[in-house]
Design a protein around this ligand. Structure first.
Ligand code: ADP
Length: 533
């Protein structure tokens, strides 16, 4: 009995205070108004509950209170649903349901004054008086559960989509009202003769605590300052009354000093909160502005990058055509289509022919990068035995390694799975890496391995060559065509685009490429990871 009394009283007071805070923080906002209304319904319900338990010794008075508390409870589900709808910002979509909720509530409210809602009261186990209900009460129970459960469902859906602070706020409201309403619904049990005590008031207190915490901690409805001011004000006023009613001068002095100390502390507390919130808001405004600027710049950059790539693409097309024509003519010259050439001239034309071929290859490589960047589908994927490609490359590069006096080994495991990829592009990519290994190694050699961890294909090319510094490793795959100093000495005619092309091809296959090296002179290992499909 005492338990029901105390929890009802606490609940009534906390709900009133909470509703009051929220309403006065922003009288115009619908969210605050509706929430205050919801708190009011809860507070009146708990208030009458408390009053009924205290004063309802005579049955006639108890009946009056029981009727009143149930009538107050009628508005709880509709106002709660309305609050959730505005809170989730879906009022326009659910407007009709909100209106329906209020219509049912008004109907129930009117019926609440007749014996259709609460017929009579009777002693129930634990509680001196509990209502015997009429026909419209069942409608209330039905409405209560459907509106509340539907609100939870909507919040549950919203919490999944939301991010950041909104997610946290929804979580608190959802969790708080879950506890509160599951508790609240236990008050229906005695009505339907289910022997579970009505724990509504006790559990709704927890709900109030949750919502208050959400407000204070996560800016729900932004009333943190007001809450601090009001709480402090409340304590100060209580202490003042306490001081004024001191029984003796000595007591007056003690209470007075406590009052003064708390007042000073309170002022500092409010000032501190205000300052903190101000600076937080300033930071938030600055951060928002910066983010917007960064987003704008990123978009502009992306647009320029695309324009540049398109430009390069167009230029390369125009380069390739005349180059192919020159190559055609020089080949025809060499073949003697325009008469027999002197040996001296033939040598010159041969040189021209080779240079043109190199140039065409270079332009093609550039064209590949640009196309991969613009995102054109230039991959012709097919099922491939990756070890066949590596073996081909090793076959082509073995003579080069032999000439340098270094080894080139491929350690291929048996029965490798098939991979779906663009054979010629991937061959170019792996070729570049193995070719580099040979180019930048003068002692020892290059070892290639192929593994299949976690449904992926990992190609490892390890050499015992000049190695990489940490700085070099950072810019290795970027488009700045940088070359290492040591590399420039070892291999003078390098162009610094091989790895960049390789990276583009690997990434077009949704793969990854990276390098590791213990440092200068300690060899390097390159990794290419490709998905199986
Ligand atoms: P290139 O070899 O024509 O310079 P790449 O794009 O293939 O162009 O390589 C870029 C740079 O990366 C090289 O100049 C070199 O400094 C470094 N590099 C690439 N592979 C290796 C390797 N196996 N060992 C050491 N350095 C390497």
């Amino acid at each position: 009995m005492i338990f029901f009394l105390v929890t009802a009283l606490i609940n009534a007071i906390t709900s009133i205070i909470l509703g009051f805070f929220v309403y006065f923080k922003n009288k115009k906002a619908d969210l605050n108004k509706i929430f205050a209304l919801f708190c009011l319904s809860t507070a009146i319900w708990s208030g009458f509950y408390f009053a009924g338990l205290i004063f309802g010794t005579a049955k006639s008075i108890a009946l009056l209170f029981m009727k009143a508390l149930n009538v107050a409870a009628i508005f709880i589900p509709a106002t709660y649903f309305h609050f959730v709808i505005i809170f989730l910002d879906i009022y326009q979509k659910k407007k009709k349901l909100v209106i329906l909720g209020y219509l049912i509530s008004v109907f129930l409210f009117i019926s609440g004054f007749t014996s259709l809602f609460v017929k009579d009261i009777e002693p129930n186990f634990l509680i001196p008086w509990y209502p015997k209900v009429g026909i419209t009460y069942h409608l209330f129970a039905l409405m209560f559960f459907s509106f509340v459960i539907y609100s939870w469902y909507l919040m549950f859906k919203a919490v999944k989509k939301a991010t950041g602070i909104t997610k946290l706020q929804i979580k608190y409201v959802l969790l708080g009202t879950l506890i509160g309403f599951i508790g609240g619904s236990t008050n229906f049990f005695p009505v339907y003769n289910i022997p579970i005590p009505p724990l509504g008031n006790a559990l709704i207190v927890i709900y109030v605590i949750f919502i208050t915490y959400a407000i204070l901690k996560h800016h729900l409805m932004n009333i943190r300052v007001i809450a601090t001011e009001l709480f402090t004000g409340l304590i100060i006023v209580t202490l003042l009354i306490y001081t004024v009613f001191s029984p003796s001068l000595q007591e007056f002095l003690i209470r007075g000093s406590i009052f003064l100390a708390v007042t000073i502390f309170g002022i500092f507390l409010i000032r501190g909160t205000l300052r903190e919130i101000e600076s937080l808001e300033r930071v938030a405004v600055q951060e928002r502005a910066l983010r917007q600027r960064a987003e704008k710049l990123a978009k502009e950059f992306e647009r320029l990058d695309r324009a540049k790539t398109q430009f390069v693409l167009a230029t390369q097309h125009h380069l390739r055509t005349p180059l192919s024509i020159v190559k055609g003519y020089s080949s025809m010259l060499l073949e003697g289509s325009y008469g027999k050439l002197e040996e001296k001239v033939q040598k010159v034309i041969l040189g021209i022919n080779e240079a043109i071929e190199r140039l065409i290859k270079l332009v093609n490589e550039f064209l590949d990068i640009s196309q991969l960047q613009v995102g054109r589908e230039i991959l012709k994927k097919e099922e491939t035995q990756i070890e066949k490609i590596i073996e081909e490359i090793v076959g082509e590069l073995k003579p080069v390694a032999k000439e340098k006096g270094i080894y080139l080994k491929f350690e291929a495991p048996k029965d490798l799975p098939k991979i779906i990829l663009d054979q010629s592009k991937i061959k170019t990519a792996i070729f570049n890496v193995i070719d580099n290994g040979i180019k930048y190694t003068s002692q020892g050699g290059v070892t290639i391995k192929c593994q299949f961890p976690n449904e992926k294909c990992l190609i490892i090319v390890a050499d015992t060559g000049i190695g990489l510094s940490q700085e070099e490793n950072k810019t290795l795959f970027t488009k700045y065509f940088e070359r290492g100093k040591e590399a420039e000495k070892v291999y003078t005619t390098g162009r610094g685009i091989g790895l960049y092309i390789t990276k583009n091809i690997v990434e077009a296959h949704q793969g990854k490429i990276w390098a590791e090296s213990e440092g200068k002179g300690k060899g390097s290992t390159f990794y290419i990871e490709l998905p199986l499909e």
